[in-house]
Design a protein around this ligand. Structure first.
Ligand code: NDP
Length: 327
């Protein structure tokens, strides 16, 4: 198997030089219920830089999900040719001997939809948008919704779900091209956050403030956005990508006075909270895709060797929609 390991511990901005590609022997001597898989698609996600789940020590294989094909099997539930979604990490071949221990997950009902969506709209990022927005922001028709990181895997879906629910949607992203795409997706107001004064842009987009805010970015953005919330606004804290590469906790304004003064409901979440309900989210997403109400984009990197490049790209704004690496 080819395996991407961490060569040097992450320190500040993650670099492609933090990773090393090694070869590892994978036994094809299958015993009992074991089976051998070969990866078809990998994903890179921001959590891999930061969370306990993603953090790996030098010498270890990077953690992460992949979609793989069974290429040899002694397991009747996973015959040769069948597909699995598994948390096997950044590697091409893996021997699976225990589905639970090795985190083999259920495949979504894709029907005619592309397989790679299992890592995007129909997978973890899609469920993050679906549950993290609907459950925590409780959007109502006519609500004004703010979503940042809006051209990303999660943000682009949150904005479209908000439109489906009859909201007015304000989104921002870091390039004009991304903003143009957001308009095509039906966002009402968009701006390039790198080119504006954030407070002025928020005021212009929503003079009466926001009912809902879905936050992918954190730190200064959050502190500013909270000032523009309406009374009893709801805030879903999804991500803090602007500080994942930081060496120290973010500085900036202390937002808690606004939370109090505006009586906001702010809640953080981890998408696995709703894992038992993912089938419900997948069904809704698949239907909305087929109805043309949800559109998606993938930035596809061809070749396993490009995994670090795709990953570093998450923090440079290099990808639009979902970043996928295909074999
Ligand atoms: P994206 O596809 O949105 O990729 C990351 C994007 O973030 C970049 O393209 C870039 O877009 C933007 N970005 C990167 N660095 C900064 C920065 N310093 N300031 C502002 N924007 C920045 O990633 P995902 O959709 O997969 O994830 C979005 C967020 O959701 C992340 O924070 C992630 O950790 C979080 N998340 C949380 C989950 C949960 O369970 N709570 C589950 C999944 C994701 P641009 O060009 O616009 O700057």
């Amino acid at each position: 198997s080819k395996v991407w390991t961490v060569k040097t511990a992450f320190d500040g901005k993650v670099q492609t030089s933090n990773f090393e590609l090694i070869e590892e022997e994978v036994s094809d001597n299958l015993k009992d219920d074991a089976y051998l898989i070969e990866a078809l698609h990998w994903t890179v996600d921001p959590y891999m830089r930061t969370s306990e789940l993603g953090r790996v020590k030098p010498g270890q294989c990077m953690a992460g999900e992949q979609i793989a094909k069974v290429i040899a099997s002694k397991n009747s539930s996973h015959p040769v040719g069948s597909l699995v979604r598994v948390f096997a990490g950044w590697r091409t071949h893996t021997l699976i001997y225990n589905d639970v221990e090795q985190k083999v997950g259920r495949m979504p009902e894709l029907g005619d939809l592309p397989l790679s969506l299992t890592l995007g709209v129909m997978g973890m990022p899609g469920m993050t948008a679906y549950f993290g927005f609907l459950e925590l922001c409780q959007p109502k028709e006519g609500d004004v919704v703010l979503v940042n990181g809006a051209a990303g895997a999660v943000g682009s879906l949150v904005g479209q779900i908000a439109k489906i629910k009859g909201c007015k949607v304000v989104g921002c992203a870091g390039t004009d091209d991304k903003c143009k795409w957001l308009k095509e997706l039906g966002f009402d107001e968009v701006f390039n956050y790198k080119k504006v004064d954030l407070s002025e842009a928020l005021k212009a987009a929503a003079p009466d403030g926001f009912d809902c805010f879905f936050d992918n970015i954190g730190a200064d953005f959050t502190a500013t956005a909270l000032k523009h919330m309406k009374q009893f606004g709801r805030v879903s804290i999804c991500g803090q990508i602007s500080s994942y590469n930081d060496k120290a906790p973010p500085k900036g304004e202390y937002p808690f006075m606004f939370i109090l003064g505006k009586q906001l409901k702010i809640e953080g979440f981890i998408v696995m909270r709703w894992y038992q309900r993912w089938a419900e989210g997948e069904k809704a997403m698949a239907q909305w895709i087929r109805e043309g109400k949800i559109k998606y984009k993938e930035t596809v990197y061809k070749g396993f060797e490009n995994m670090p490049k795709a990953f570093v790209g998450l923090f440079d704004g290099a990808n639009t929609g979902k970043a996928i690496i295909s074999a």
